[in-house]
Write a protein that binds this ligand. Structure first.
Ligand code: EPU
Length: 345
């Protein structure tokens, strides 16, 4: 790798710990804060061994130092770009904070994203893993995105079909585009419905609204209830560093789900349209004895066993050692394979 010839905004030897919500130690050989698409154009084609596109750092584990260029996407801006009979269309820069963006849509009277309030990370990261919570996934509101192709130096527009969304999945994960630093999402647009109805079936959310004696909530009331549930169950990364759910909820065959369900009648199961069954990873981890248990300076959170937390000073390798120990115990006890949700670099 030859840093020579790189643009002046590329910094050398940058601390990554404050760029990830797990606050893991590590340094990037090269680091660029990207505020304008033009900066990406200046980096296109540069012959670097490794590149990595970083947003809010809420879904990434750097296992050590990164011997390449980290592109920290900080492109801002949000606007209403269209409106028709059925919807409002809004577009935001990939570097906007997701929760602030959701708040902005609600303040303007455009509902649809309220169930996704308080999810950490940026607007640009949202489609990559198709963020979801409390009965909705971002794919349902997604219209299109623009991404800069660092190999060809061109801007690409991906519509809904091109993104190939699945549960915590998209073409970006399927192709490894973001982790290879090939495509950097610059803007995302969303279609927000005028014929809106509150989505409140998710058990925790329904209970919170019932507790508040709210029967027909507004979108802002749904967001407030979601925020309250999240604050109760999920640790604030600013206080206890974490990356949200550390594993995906596993989707298993109906036969395995039947067997586990007979042995453990309280195991939460969610039948899928393809006949397979999604299981609650948090339950499996709790019942493997890991809820509130630490290995080294990392642990599984006491109020939600699916959340891996850094108790203070944990390294990337300690986090990965804990993740492997949890996977091994869940595999041994339940014959279920857990996949990490964050990108491991
Ligand atoms: N459960 C346990 N023990 C635990 C944790 C959970 O028994 O320690 C049980 C719960 O009692 C419940 C079930 O597991 O019956 C599901 O738990 P919860 O409602 O807390 O949701 P989750 O499946 O663990 C998913 C998402 C979260 C999202 C919530 C709410 C994944 C991997 N996680 O968690 O997303 O906020 O639902 O919709 O799909 C994230 O992806 O980072 C994330 C936080």
């Amino acid at each position: 790798m030859t840093p020579a010839g790189l643009p002046e905004f590329v910094r050398h030897d940058v601390d990554l710990s404050r760029h990830t919500t797990l606050a893991l130690p590590g340094r990037a050989a090269l680091f660029a804060e990207i505020r304008q698409v033009e900066q990406l154009a200046r980096l296109a084609g540069s012959r670097l061994a490794r590149r990595f596109v970083l947003g809010g750092g809420s879904n990434v584990v750097f296992s050590g130092d990164f011997d390449g260029l980290v592109l920290h996407i900080a492109i801002r801006g949000r606007e209403l770009i269209g409106e028709d009979q059925d919807s409002w269309i809004v577009r935001a820069g990939a570097g906007e904070g997701w929760h602030e963006f959701v708040g902005w849509t609600l303040e303007n009277g455009w509902p649809g994203l309220e169930n996704l309030a308080l999810i950490p990370g940026t607007v640009g990261a949202a489609p990559i893993q198709n963020i979801g919570a409390y009965g909705i996934e971002v794919a349902e509101r997604f219209l299109a995105l623009e991404a800069f192709d660092l190999r060809s130096g061109t801007i690409r527009r991906l519509d809904h079909a091109a993104c190939r969304f699945g549960y915590r999945d998209s073409v970006f994960k399927q192709q490894g585009w973001h982790r290879e630093g090939r495509l950097a999402i610059t803007h995302v647009s969303f279609r927000l419905p005028k014929a809106w109805r509150a989505r409140t079936a998710y058990a925790d959310l329904a209970a919170e609204l019932a507790g508040r004696r709210i029967v027909a909530p507004t979108a802002s009331e749904v967001a407030d209830a979601v925020v309250a549930v999240r604050r109760r169950k999920l640790p604030d990364p600013g206080v206890l560093p974490n990356a949200g759910s550390f594993f995906e909820n596993p989707v298993v065959s109906a036969a395995l789900a039947d067997r586990l369900g007979r042995e453990h009648p309280d195991l939460p199961t969610y039948p899928q349209t393809d006949g397979r069954v999604k299981l609650a990873a948090g339950w499996l981890i709790e019942h493997s004895g890991w809820k509130g248990r630490d290995l080294g300076r990392a642990g599984m959170y006491e109020n939600q066993a699916l959340v891996l937390v850094n108790r203070g000073g944990a390294s990337g390798s300690e986090v990965l050692a804990l993740a492997r120990a949890v996977q091994a115990d869940v595999r041994e006890r339940f014959a279920v394979e857990l996949s990490p949700e964050p990108v491991i670099v």
